[in-house]
Design a protein around this ligand. Structure first.
Ligand code: NAD
Length: 232
């Protein structure tokens, strides 16, 4: 199967960046523990207290700016030398880009970018780690993080679905598959598609025919699987 027309699709979540020091949703003691998700990651939260929302994302942005890709991110770059690799990530960090992957869809936005509250379709790369109240987009409206909040539409969902429908191999990494509609994407793949999920924990909610669960951390298991795919 090894050739550049064989399509490998990666669906990554917070777990792939955990070993780069960016906490997952469910980690204890992380930034998420200090805040209630409803207070910082919904349109209602923004209406109620935009300063709190900006503060939360400003703190997360500082952590992302300091974080470095890990062995899992780099192994996926190596895979591109052998296959047509597409990454669909739920992450808002830039670690796939920093590692050097080329074809990346950010389903839930990118924290290093901002958008106007009046127009989600135009994004601005931030040249500072903070967005403050009063920082305006070129259209004269307040800037907010370029992040998809709970209850907002996921703009690249159809592109992601099409990639998965045409995948020869699907590798799901470090996502609890609890956030919808992203979690439903895995069911778009065909019966012929080889399917792996890499996660140290059991994912009881995932009911999937012919799914191979590789139990372990991304930095151990991704390089092993990539090596196997390259040498088959
Ligand atoms: P999640 O926190 O719900 O699930 C993380 C999964 O990763 C869990 O199943 C966990 O067992 C697994 N995991 C933990 N450590 C791992 C490791 N070392 N290797 C492999 N797997 C590991 O995260 P989610 O499913 O991505 O959903 C959370 C939402 O929050 C997403 O929308 C995402 O955008 C956002 N988020 C993003 C970041 C980021 O950008 N780095 C971090 C936290 C949350």
């Amino acid at each position: 199967m090894k050739n550049k027309t064989s399509k490998i699709v990666i669906l990554s979540g917070a777990g792939i960046s955990a070993e780069s020091g960016l906490g997952t949703f469910r980690d204890k003691g992380g930034l998420w523990d200090e805040y209630d998700i409803n207070d910082v990651a919904t349109p209602e939260a923004w209406e109620k207290d935009p300063e709190l929302v900006l503060d939360f994302y400003n703190k997360r942005r500082s952590l992302v700016l300091e974080a470095k890709p890990n062995a899992a991110h780099y192994a996926l770059v190596e895979l591109e030398n052998h296959y047509d690799v597409h990454i669909i990530t739920q992450n808002i960090d830039d670690l796939h880009e920093k590692a050097g992957s080329n074809k990346i869809i950010h389903l839930h936005g990118e924290i290093l970018k901002a958008q106007s509250v009046n127009d989600p379709d135009k994004q601005y790369v931030l040249n500072t780690s903070k967005i403050q109240l009063g920082d305006l987009a070129p259209d004269g409206h307040q800037l907010r993080p370029h992040v998809v909040w709970f209850g907002e539409a996921v703009p690249r969902l159809e592109d992601a679905e099409e990639l998965i429908m045409n995948a020869n191999v699907l590798i799901v990494i470090g996502t609890s598959l609890n956030v919808y509609p992203a979690a439903n994407l895995i069911y778009a793949c065909t019966d012929k598609c080889e399917k792996y999920i890499i996660d140290p924990n059991e994912l009881s909610s995932v009911k999937f025919k012919n799914l191979i669960h590789i139990k372990g951390n991304a930095t151990d298991k991704i390089p092993e699987l990539v090596n196997e795919l390259i040498h088959r």
